[in-house]
Design a protein around this ligand. Structure first.
Ligand code: ADP
Ligand code: MG
Length: 442
């Protein structure tokens, strides 16, 4: 049955395109099965699929409707002689439904909505939004986004692509420079370089990620330069991302880099404390999680490397607490952070805690260390011990030592007293939360 259907399709297609294109793109396709109104086709490689989707989608849709009726659908599978049938689902591609569904490589989870704003990214985000309103004809073409690993480059540039697709019928295509380089090599092998170029120059918005991987690949750069110029000439939107600023990108041709810089170049910086806190809170809220506020602040304070690590800590914490059915506490948080984040050199030390607590209660550090038993002094001392236990890796003995050579049991007692007061005295509890904030704010 499937064979007959596909033959019928082919005869319609043949009448509608030139014979060269028919031989190149449709002859090599075989049908595999027909089930639930869906005709499954085997295509030679992914590039084929992209090409067909980019150029013959309407023709294919019309043909399918003619042959199979309104409910007819096609699914593609990439032929892969080495992989066993049923084993490799990753090669199964999406089915065609509407003409909007151009194979674009975009991950639909990357949205502006989930891209939390902060000082570090506000310019880039605003530019991205402007572009998505009006791709192609805007002062930010090309847009070049750069910044270190895990700072949101891919998220941002894909958000632009997703927004454009949702608003218009424009064709958007996302690709990494590495994948582009592989496509280029494949196209040479298969004698299809012209087709590759043709595919690219017909895209309305090309998003190319991690262009630092073009380094040293001269032939690939040459082809890309050609495509870039073609798109640019036709006012098509180009968006690029790299892990370094254009001046620092080595191994890339000068003329290419100078073209990249001809629109807007914008950096994604490391997020500050407030933005890190906002990002964590967004994710916690979005996933309906409940994590103690102090712990969230502690993570935001400690994990200042990048957003991927910030997310990583959150995910691991959840995983651990789900598996062990334990609450997320500060010990678990500390141990996870030390496993995920490489440079946790932002240790808070006892001296620093003493300074903050001393200022808060207007009690001098000397008084805290002294033998004085006045109630205000005892409380300040206990609070400072409590936070020293909480925030530092010092042993109870060492904490006692820093408070005028007290015993470790005094520290235990202090931590217990503070915990009791937090439970019973709301005013005190607020003070603790405020001191906590001050310690974290640096
Ligand atoms: P890069 O491409 O710069 O290495 P990604 O875009 O892959 O970084 O971001 C790493 C992770 O952090 C992703 O899961 C992304 O969703 C998340 N992320 C990055 N920036 C933000 C932000 N501003 N708000 C929320 N999540 C973000
Ligand atoms: Mg990336």
């Amino acid at each position: 049955m499937h064979k007959k259907h596909w033959e019928d399709c082919l005869s319609i297609i043949k009448d509608n395109i030139n014979s060269q294109s028919f031989t190149t793109w449709f002859k090599p396709i075989k049908s595999k099965s027909y089930k639930d109104m869906t005709l499954t086709l085997i295509i030679p490689n992914k590039f084929f699929y992209e090409w067909i989707e980019g150029h013959y989608l309407k023709l294919l849709n019309d043909t399918i409707i003619t042959v199979l009726g309104e409910k007819g659908k096609i699914e593609y599978e990439v032929s892969n002689v080495t992989s066993k049938i049923n084993e490799d689902n990753s090669n199964k591609l999406e089915s065609v439904e509407t003409s909007k569904q151009f194979f674009n490589n975009l991950n639909s989870n990357f949205k502006f909505k989930s891209f939390v704003s902060g000082k570090c990214n506000s310019v880039a985000k605003a530019a991205g939004k402007r572009i998505s309103e009006n791709p192609g004809s805007n002062p930010f073409n090309p847009l070049m986004v750069y910044g270190g690993v895990g700072l949101g480059k891919t998220h941002l540039i894909q958000s632009i692509g997703n927004k454009i697709i949702n608003k218009s019928n424009s064709s958007v295509y996302y690709v990494t420079s590495e994948k582009f380089a592989n496509q280029f090599i494949d196209s040479l092998k298969e004698n299809k370089l012209k087709d590759l170029i043709n595919f690219y120059v017909n895209i309305d918005c090309l998003i190319i990620d991690d262009i630092q991987f073009f380094k040293g690949k001269e032939k690939t750069q040459e082809v890309f330069f050609h495509i870039f110029n073609q798109l640019n000439l036709n006012n098509k939107q180009i968006i690029l991302a790299a892990d370094k600023s254009p001046v620092e990108l080595d191994g890339l041709e000068k003329r290419l880099v100078s073209r990249f810089k001809s629109g807007l170049t914008v950096e994604l910086e490391k997020p500050d404390y407030q933005t890190r806190l906002d990002i964590l809170n967004y994710k916690i809220q979005n996933e309906n999680l409940s994590i103690n506020k102090e712990i969230v602040e502690y993570i935001a304070f400690q994990v200042d490397t990048n957003i991927r690590e910030l997310e990583g800590v959150l995910v691991s914490l959840l995983a651990h607490s789900t598996i062990t059915k334990e609450d997320i506490n500060i010990e678990l948080t500390k141990s996870i952070i030390s496993k995920i984040v490489k440079d946790t050199n932002r240790e808070i030390d006892i001296k620093y805690i003493q300074e903050i607590v001393s200022k808060y209660f207007h009690i001098s550090i000397e008084e805290m260390k002294d033998k004085a038993r006045r109630k205000e002094i005892v409380i300040a001392r206990q609070v400072a011990m409590y936070f020293s236990k909480d925030f530092t890796n010092n042993s109870l003995k060492s904490i006692g030592f820093h408070f005028g050579g007290r015993d470790h049991s005094t520290v235990i007692h202090a931590v217990q007293s503070v915990n009791d007061m937090i439970d019973t005295d709301n005013f005190f509890k607020k003070s603790i939360s405020e001191i906590n904030k001050r310690i974290l704010a640096g």
